[in-house]
Design a protein around this ligand. Sequence first.
Ligand code: AP5
Ligand code: MG
Length: 214
Amino acid sequence: MNIILLGPPGAGKGTQARVLVEERNMVQLSTGDMLREAKDSGTEMGQKVAAVMARGELVTDEIVIGLIREKLETTKAEGFIFDGFPRTLKQADALADLLKDMGQTLDKVVELRVEDEALVKRITARSTCGNCGEVYNDITKPIPADGKCEKCGNTAFKRRADDNEESLKKRLMEYYKQTSPLIGYYYALRVHSRVDGLGEIDAIKSSIAEKLDA
Ligand code: AP5
Ligand code: MG
């Protein structure tokens, strides 16, 4: 099964994708994570996109479609979770073509709906494990008291350069302008469903499972 988790910054796409990876043996393809990896490893492309990402703008379609194409060509999986991709109609069309070429389909698109006020609170409190990428939150999911990641025991945590109120304003605007039209696009293709992304992580996990198993 191939699915898209669609939603604004901070909606919980990464958090829920990691649950699906653990429970369903799927592979998470997060273009945001791929771009940050490229930035951290100092590749030419990574350096080129760093400033764009820090401002909260979208990276070009060509770059992200290229990243996804390469992953799909080189990864074997029972199913893919697209997290943060596609973000434009051009990317959505490219994904449809890539899956078709592989003889695969896009099965479900789950939209996580969260109001802006909650997104700001979540994003400004987020940190991630520098080793395994486990997502934490100062308010709702603090780093364990012993300072060790609950998944891998690592003690170094990161905050993202774009997790500030100013970049977030831009990221939200990009979402509403460029990405939210995909809701209608996937509705028309009869693969869209919506989940209330406000609430406990476990409750949202169950709502997503219901949609996937329906
Ligand atoms: P990307 O990395 O995709 O960021 P994003 O879409 O802005 O989304 P986030 O990762 O910020 O949020 P999330 O939904 O994953 O939430 P999370 O689970 O972490 O993209 C970053 C940038 O890269 C873009 O701005 C762009 O520049 C570029 N880019 C990436 N893909 C691109 C593309 N396809 N095209 C063009 N450019 C692209 O949760 C957030 C916080 O909330 C965490 O602290 C978490 O612990 C907490 N939390 C999660 N669920 C709950 C809950 N239910 N209750 C309370 N807290 C919760
Ligand atoms: Mg994410």
